[in-house]
Structures are given as C-alpha cells and as structure tokens.
Write a protein that binds this ligand. Structure first.
Ligand code: COA
Length: 176
C-alpha cells in the first residue's frame, strides 16, 4: 500500500473535502472519550468552512493529503512562524494535525505524513518540529515517541467547556 501512496499538497479545489475529512477524523478520534456538547462546540467552530479556508490561505500553514488510488487516507497540517499555536518556541515548525483515516491506520500513512513534515522542517531550516497531543491519546503519544519525539512541556487545549492538557513533544532537526 505504501508504495502506491502519494503525499500531495491540498489544492484550493480540495477545500470542501479537507473540511469534511478534518471534521470526520476529529470526531472519529475524540467523540467516544468526550462529552458530545464539548465536541460539537469545538467542531462547529474549528471546522467551519470559512475558518478552514482562512487557515488554508494563511501563508504560514501548509496542508497535505495522503492519497492512495481514489481514496484519501489521511492529512497533515503544518504551521510555521505566527501560525503556530504557541509563540514561545524559537525556530520551530508545528505539526498541528496529523490524521490517518480509521480504515488506513496502521498501514504506514502516519509514517509517510511524518516524513513529509520532517522534510518540510529541514527545507525551512528550523531546529525543532513540535506538536501538542491530548494527554489521554496514548496511541498517538506512543506513535510520536516511536518517531523520535520527546515530551518537553504541557499546554492547555479547550474542547468546548472542557479545559484539557496537551503534552507538548518535539524532535530536533539536524541541519547540514
Ligand atoms: C497516530 C497516527 C497518526 C499514526 O499513524 P498510522 O498510519 O496509524 O501509523 P503507521 O502505520 O504509519 O506506523 C508507523 C510506525 O509507527 C509505529 N506505530 C504506529 N502506531 C503506534 C503506536 N500506537 N505505538 C507505537 N508505535 C506505533 C508502527 O508500528 C510503525 O513502526 P515501524 O515504522 O517501525 O514499522 C494514526 O493512528 C491516527 O491518525 N490516529 C488517530 C488520529 C490521531 O490521534 N491523530 C493525532 C492527533 S494529535
């Protein structure tokens, strides 16, 4: 499967698909462990079409799809500079979102998307790639650790009325 997978920048014509995928993968990941009203309060704002479009048009953010055949198997959102959700990290790139769809999890999609992020970080000349992950998302934390990320802090993330703790993890980028 991996050999046939392509990582492609999301085009403007893909925005409705990106919005739907972003909402669906978020719901699939977090609905079962959170109150429905908190989840819907978050998704109605975060995945509003105008908000997704504004994020897409931010010159400091980049979006990629993992495509295989006619399927979209996952997506990635990268932030640099002022687009990052934390501003006190010097010379860094944030992986704000990295998702494989349920049907494709465990089949190399996350690894390919992560490789794309690390290549983009190398090209951008940053020293660190970092991300925030919900402290209860043990599967993702284990995946990031496997990819060489280490915890370095915590920050809060608001899901509706629920103030949650995200573990911040980072990986050093060796620049030549
Ligand atoms: C976390 C996620 C991105 C990982 O992607 P994936 O496509 O399932 O993982 P891959 O198949 O690419 O795995 C790549 C490698 O990581 C390892 N790995 C994957 N999940 C792992 C886990 N939970 N624990 C330890 N290692 C893991 C694999 O064994 C594989 O190792 P290898 O390269 O040595 O063979 C994906 O499962 C996902 O989208 N989950 C739901 C959404 C989510 O939680 N996103 C993160 C929000 S912060």
């Amino acid at each position: 499967m991996t050999d046939l997978m392509r990582i492609c920048p999301v085009g403007p014509e893909d925005l409705p698909v990106l919005r739907d995928l972003a909402e669906a993968t978020f719901l699939d990941t977090f609905s079962s462990q959170n109150a429905p009203q908190d989840v819907s309060a978050y998704t109605s704002v975060a995945f509003d079409m105008d908000k997704v479009r504004a994020e897409y048009e931010n010159p400091h953010s980049r979006f990629y799809f993992a495509r295989t055949g006619s399927d979209i198997a996952g997506y990635l959102k990268l932030n640099t500079g002022p687009a990052q959700t934390e501003q006190n990290l010097e010379n860094a790139m944030e992986i704000e979102r990295i998702y494989a769809t349920r049907a494709f999890q465990g089949r190399g999609v996350g690894k390919r998307l992560m490789a794309t992020a690390l290549e983009a970080a190398q090209e951008a000349g940053v020293d660190w790639v970092w991300l925030g992950v919900w402290e209860h998302n043990q599967k993702a934390i284990a995946f990031y650790a496997h990819q060489g990320f280490e915890p370095f802090g915590r920050h809060s993330f608001r899901l509706g009325d629920d103030v949650q703790i995200d573990v911040m993890m980072r990986k050093k980028i060796a620049q030549d």
